[in-house]
Write a protein that binds this ligand. Structure first.
Ligand SMILES: *[C@@H]1O[C@H](CO)[C@@H](O)[C@H](O)[C@H]1NC(C)=O
Length: 986
């Protein structure tokens, strides 16, 4: 939730006022843009943009960064050198150690620091406890692997001007490091792909001494002010490039908040050019198109850079580069048949400008038409310059290599990918149990019901409101009867009153501190609050203790957690967050770690849930609002406080696609829209779209009318129930897609450029997507009154309508019109796939655990082949890590046989079966539906089934093609174990 509209700048001091305000609040109000900084209001952003304007303006610009002669050395996959920054006309320099590491994965890493000696004797401006070095801890939180250096990397060329390193797979990559000025040119197959400092925008604001202005001369009554005296040369000598705006070097005010800057200016900026690339994607989260826009003005372009500064943005606006709740500084550039990317590893406030320009070189000399190059300008407030460079060439290479570094999606429990029913708030146990019963009555499957902040005793987390929730364990058991779960909210702000949690936080000094080093106090839902410091190991350990079943009474094995407000949201703080001069563990300033804070809290909760009880061995579920690179290892995210409006439904799709290609695919948007009241057709369309979000949750604001899906009335409720069941039927395929994301970082829903990297027309398409490896191509309806839609066909495969089996003949590059009356989600099945379903409707995923499977085979254009896979495990524990899972590969071959083999070529060893696997071996394939069945099958009534060394027969019903509908065959009662090898012979 976001703070009520009126609170962000002037804080009202009583909770009564707070609820009165929230009642007054009108959903039509959009975000107060002026509550959040524009670049021009952010000192370091403004300075770096001005720097860029100067450098790119008329006249000769010479970047003042040069590699010191003879300083470069290369050893064991690493190049070390010193970059000298010339800081004044006298030629004085600042020393910046440079490391370029070449990793075994083919990823390169460029790190620029500032030499400590330079700053050792520089006093902090205030009597501050802040650390006197550039923050270098981001790696510790973000990077989990892939750092082994490539010992095979070697010098290919070296002279007094440059050094060229050859590295990567088959040594096809090169990094050309030029010395004067310092630039790096990353090449693949001899061609430039990514260039650092090509435009000369590298800017490391070195640490310096504050020069106090001369004291104001005393003025006598009636006297004119003395003409300003020129300051003596000496005191000006150091450090000030002419014309630079110094006004925000040492403090900066925004609204009523002043940021004291004990270390002065220390921003870093760098231009990164993607040579010959017209499209860039990534750097979520922003409410805009998947293909990022240019940011320096002009028709249809943004005027501000994309901003990454996790914030509780109240009612965010669409089509905007404004920051949102989470940040992933990973960008990929794409052109026909090539993807490359950059991870900018910096946790401070960051802005990214994007511009595109046609190559001015003679097009004939290039042999092709002029290409567009995208130049990005990255600007961070503090910390190291630390950038990873990925040279692709496929989108899949990027997500894989990025996953090696930052980790992949945690394998969720199966319930977590079912449907979640939430609102602010379910008001009592009775309310929860009534909703639970009504969902059943309406035959609407769901897995989880959620409790927002009102379940607590006056917003004191780890307590229950004794009046509304007197017997939470009973409630938990009622839910558990149908295999359902409860999620309760726990936020990082701890109410500042005498209660054990806050007392312990204070006594053990586990909270975030203010700039004086005392416990920071600010305002959030409970009123005056303290914030746990997720950077502190002791705080995390303490946090874990709070979730033990005997500590957080009322919780049980089916209780899971929602972390909200962890940007962190501080109602009376600058931009609704924490002052930047606050201090964390080991006295790092909040400024340095802001974008990581939410992840440390999410992570602390995740680990706490792993240790609620000794011997418990299940995968936690924690939803987070704030996130950073690496958060995918911990849980799910959602896109925060959207609105019940068609354009917000539409915007959710590019936002989730962006999460997917940026390594954090377990993502969803509030179904129905958080603020406001959706019309019934909007709610219905939103459920149909939500059924294809990786994370699928309905949620509503406290002032919104009740909108549990059974309340919608006919025909809406029936249509919504069908959407929910469609999600549940396809759970086996969703789970398989999640497993792929867990294995190698593959997105769960995939945009066109990702699946079809050669088809330029699809590069900026962000309203249709493929689901996992199923070949399901989905385009949710996001416009009112629309009853048909055009789906772009990316290849020459056959496509079939999911519901009618209507054939879309091979029509690469065409848009085909699909009927989509309110009751229909437009879904096509690409030919050539096999995917799994469970067709029997049940109340929850847990109740489907031992159900039979249906396999759907969509015959490819050749009329005889298809393939696909299925991953299954117990859906709960970590036993899958010890081989307790089923992973099958299904192949239709030669229009004759359908086989199931182990997808990883493992031989079955019954002796190693655990309890789940033993039981699962009894689960069978019931039906096989073959869409586009060969005509040669028309006369067959039976097929042979070979399984377990036995041969049996199964009935087949064949329906001939008619009126554009594909022929299809249904093989019934196959009866072969899903876990075992089998073969069906037609
Ligand atoms: C997550 O928590 C664990 C356990 O406290 C800790 O070891 C790890 O460093 C934390 N990682 C992040 C990203 O916060």
């Amino acid at each position: 939730m976001a703070p009520p509209a009126l609170l962000s700048s002037k804080w009202a001091t009583s909770l009564c006022v707070l609820s009165a305000l929230s009642a007054l609040f009108t959903p039509a109000v959009a975000v107060k843009e002026h509550d959040f900084k524009k670049c021009v209001q952010s000192g370091f952003c403004k300075r770096n943009r001005e720097f860029a304007d100067h450098a790119l303006g008329a006249g000769a610009w010479q970047s003042p960064y040069n590699v010191q002669a003879d300083s470069a050395s290369f050893k064991d996959g690493q190049l070390q050198a010193t970059v000298l920054k010339t800081i004044n006309d006298q030629g004085e320099t600042v020393r910046l150690p440079l490391t370029v590491s070449f990793l075994e994965s083919g990823t390169a890493r460029v790190t620029v620091n500032e030499e400590k000696r330079q700053r050792g004797d520089i006093e902090l401006r205030h009597d501050s406890k802040a650390r006197k070095e550039r923050y270098n801890g981001a790696e510790e939180w973000v990077i989990v692997g892939g750092l082994a250096v490539d010992k095979a990397a070697k010098i290919a060329h070296e002279d007094k001007n440059q050094i060229t390193i050859q590295y990567g797979p088959a040594s096809k990559f090169e990094a050309v490091i030029r010395f004067s000025p310092f630039t790096v040119d990353f090449k693949r197959d001899g061609k430039s792909q990514i260039k650092f400092n090509d435009k000369g925008l590298l800017n490391v604001e070195h640490w310096r001494r504050k020069i106090e202005p001369p004291p104001e001369p005393e003025k006598k009554e009636g006297e004119e002010a003395a003409p300003e005296e020129a300051a003596p040369e000496e005191s000006k000598k150091d450090e000030t490039p002419k014309g630079e705006d110094e006004s925000t070097w040492w403090d900066e005010t925004f609204g009523s908040n002043t940021d004291t800057k004990p270390r002065g200016p220390e921003a870093i900026g760098l231009d990164i050019s993607f040579v010959g690339y017209e499209h860039v994607f990534g750097i979520p989260s922003h409410a805009g198109p998947l293909a990022l826009k240019e940011t320096r003005g002009g028709e249809g372009k943004y005027t501000d850079p994309y901003r990454l500064y996790n914030a509780d943005v109240f009612e965010y606006i669409l089509d905007s580069p404004m920051t949102l709740y989470g940040a992933i500084p990973f960008m990929q550039a794409h052109r026909k048949d090539s993807s490359v990317g950059v991870l900018w590893l910096n946790a401070a406030e960051t802005w990214v400008d994007i511009t595109k320009a046609k190559d001015s070189k003679n097009p004939l000399a290039l042999g092709v038409g002029a290409k567009t190059t995208t130049t990005t300008h990255w600007i961070s407030e503090s910390g190291l310059l630390d950038a990873f460079v990925f040279l692709g060439p496929t989108p899949r290479d990027l997500t894989q290599k990025y996953g090696e570094l930052t980790g992949t999606t945690a394998m969720p429990q199966e319930f977590a990918i079912g449907y979640h029913q939430c609102r602010w708030n379910y008001n009592s146990e009775e309310d929860v149990e009534t909703v639970d019963a009504k969902m059943d009555k309406a035959k609407m499957p769901y897995d989880v019901i959620w409790l927002d902040i009102e379940y607590t005793d006056e917003k004191k987390y780890f307590t229950w409101d004794a009046h509304s929730f007197p017997h939470p364990i009973n409630m938990g058991k009622v839910l558990d009867n149908h295999g359902r779960k409860l999620v309760t909210i726990i936020d990082p702000h701890i109410k500042n009153v005498e209660y054990p949690v806050d007392q312990e936080l204070k006594a053990k000094e586990l909270g975030v501190k203010n700039k004086e080093g005392n416990l920071f106090e600010g305002w959030c839902w409970p009123g005056s609050s303290h914030w746990i410091d997720g950077f502190s190991p002791a705080a995390r350990e303490w946090w874990a203790s709070l979730f033990k079943y005997d500590k957080f009474k009322g919780t049980m094995e089916n209780t899971w957690i929602w972390n909200d407000m962890n940007e962190p949201s501080v109602f009376n703080g600058p931009e609704t967050t924490m002052p930047k001069d606050n201090l964390h563990h080991e006295n790092w300033e909040h400024r340095d770690v802001h974008n990581i804070y939410g992840m440390t809290f999410h992570n602390a909760t995740h680990h706490a849930l792993q240790s609620r009880k000794t011997g418990e061995h299940v995968r936690p579920f924690v939803l987070t609002r704030s996130f950073f690179a690496g958060s995918q290892r911990i849980g799910a995210m959602w896109t925060g406080d959207n609105q019940a409006a068609w354009d917000h439904l539409k915007a959710s799709i590019p936002m989730l696609l962006s999460q997917g290609i940026s390594g954090f695919p377990f993502s969803g948007a509030d179904v129905g829209g958080f603020f406001g009241n959706p019309e019934k057709d909007l709610l219905t369309r939103w459920y149909q779209a939500g059924a294809f979000y990786p994370f699928f949750r309905g949620h509503a604001h406290i002032d919104a009318r009740r909108r549990e899906p059974y309340l919608a009335g006919e025909p809406y409720s029936t249509i919504i129930a069908a959407a929910l069941r469609l999600r549940y039927a396809l759970l086996p395929s969703w789970y398989t897609a999640f497993h792929q994301a867990y294995v190698d970082g593959t997105p769960i829903i995939k945009p066109m450029f990702y699946t079809h990297p050669s088809e330029e027309e699809g590069f900026d398409m962000d309203d249709q997507f493929f689901v996992g490896n199923t070949g399901l191509l989905v385009k949710p309806i996001t416009d009112q009154d629309r009853v048909a839609t055009d789906i772009w066909i990316p290849d020459n495969e056959l496509y079939y309508d999911y519901f009618t089996y209507q054939i879309i003949p091979a029509s690469k590059g065409k848009r085909v019109t699909i009927d989509a009356p309110l009751e229909k989600v437009p879904i096509l099945m690409q030919g050539g796939h096999v995917f799994a379903r469970r067709d029997r409707p049940r109340r929850s995923s847990a109740l489907m655990r031992w159900d039979d499977y249906t396999l759907v085979v969509t015959v490819g254009r050749d009329g005889k082949t298809a393939e696909g896979d299925l991953y299954v495990d117990d859906g709960e524990t970590y036993d899958f890590e010890k081989g307790q899972y089923v992973h099958r590969r299904f192949v239709l071959d030669g229009a004759k046989t359908i086989t199931s083999t182990d997808a990883e070529g493992r031989a079955p060893k019954a002796a190693e079966d655990g309890e789940w696997l033993r039981k699962f071996r009894g689960v069978v394939v019931d039906k096989i539906v073959v869409v586009g069945a060969p005509a040669s099958w028309a006369s067959k009534k039976e097929v042979k089934v070979e399984a377990d060394g036995k041969t049996s027969t199964a009935k087949m019903e064949y329906t001939a093609a008619s009126g554009g509908r594909a022929a299809f065959a249904v093989i019934k009662k196959v009866g072969a174990s899903v876990a075992g090898d089998w073969k069906v012979v037609v």
